[in-house]
Design a protein around this ligand. Sequence first.
Ligand SMILES: *Cc1c(COP(=O)(O)O)cnc(C)c1O
Ligand SMILES: [Zn+2]
Length: 426
Amino acid sequence: MTSAVSAPTATSSPATGLVCRACGAEYPLIAQHACYECFGPLEVAYDQAALARVTREQIEAGPQNIWRYAGLLPAGQDPATRVTLDPGLTPLVSAPALAAAVGLRAPLWVKDDSANPTHSFKDRVVSVALTAARGLGFTRFACASTGNLANSVAAHAARAGAPSIVFIPSDLEQGKVITTAVYGGELVAIEGSYDDVNRLCGELVETDEFEDTAFVNVNVRPFYAEGSKTLGYEVAEQLGWRIPAQVVIPMASGELLTKVDKAFSELVEAGLVEAPEGGWKVFGAQSAGCNPIATALQAGTDEIVPVKPTGIAKSLNIGDPAAGAYAIEAVRRTGGWMDYADDDEIRAGIRLLAETTGVFAETAGGTTVAVLKKLVESGKLDPEKETVVYNTGEGLKTLDAVAEQVGPTHRIKPSLRGAREAGLLG
Ligand SMILES: *Cc1c(COP(=O)(O)O)cnc(C)c1O
Ligand SMILES: [Zn+2]
């Protein structure tokens, strides 16, 4: 940068405390994720006036990563305090061929978060969570993971020179075990489901031995969740400070979906973006093997019945989703919908996305594209309105999903004759 004038940067956090999403009880900015009064989940609250002071110019002059939105985040205003791989500003890919394939007549975009440092959107949430955690005095980093979170926590700890201990279900894809273990932290495979892993982490965090440990999605979860907002801010900025009419988002705990919606609301409230005519609609995608949020919404209830997850979309396999009720609220309020795709549809979704956009998604992305197609077919998604579909992870981590379906289209001898016999020369 050659500019002599540096943009004003907020040096203090706009966050004022934690507030219970269920009963509204207020708490200071501490490492706590559930309300003492009602056990509801806690969320970061902000000084709205501080958010409204953030300008487009300030953001645009910021770094080429999520920290350009530091004025809207609960931690990391001072660059020296960040525990980060500097994720974000991933491509927003124009996808006209995918639009045509699924029957959309308006612009369609793929927000490709596989381009993050550890190849999933989890780098966003981990950067914010660990930066907040270090500020709160934690020295060891941990998580309960369905795969991508494990990659990201282990890599962030390695970069920061801090110890990490990551907990995963023992049946995770090899591509996610290796891409975690390589960073050198402790990696604990648990003989159980993600929900078992998460429950154990909730118990460990209460022990003296783990007093120094921040579990990104347990005791510092409110900060973690805020990192997902950057997936909303970025899409709006990349569209030239506009909010798309429709977004389709994969759901595990349902947190990402609620935070993209929150990000859009904040941008409007802060005067950074005008709401689109008719507002925006939020759509959620799950797999048929783990669809407790989508089935509750479709049944017209808020009552989420936990399931035992099955199926290939392992990164989305949370059977007892912490933010499920809030995801349902956001989808109902905005007039969106939720649906789910089975394993064959997910494989087809991966291939369709790859063949039409050059983006190779993991199973979560295949799920979202498959659900996009269903939503157009069922008339829930308006084919005449601009739509963004989120790809949250990288296909190279879940190669097995499509390994049996794709391969060489020809096998020939190394000669012109071989090429001719295979029909390559007409
Ligand atoms: C974790 C994850 C999600 C969903 O995150 P939630 O906020 O728990 O709903 C989506 N896609 C991928 C690839 C993930 O790893
Ligand atoms: Zn409460």
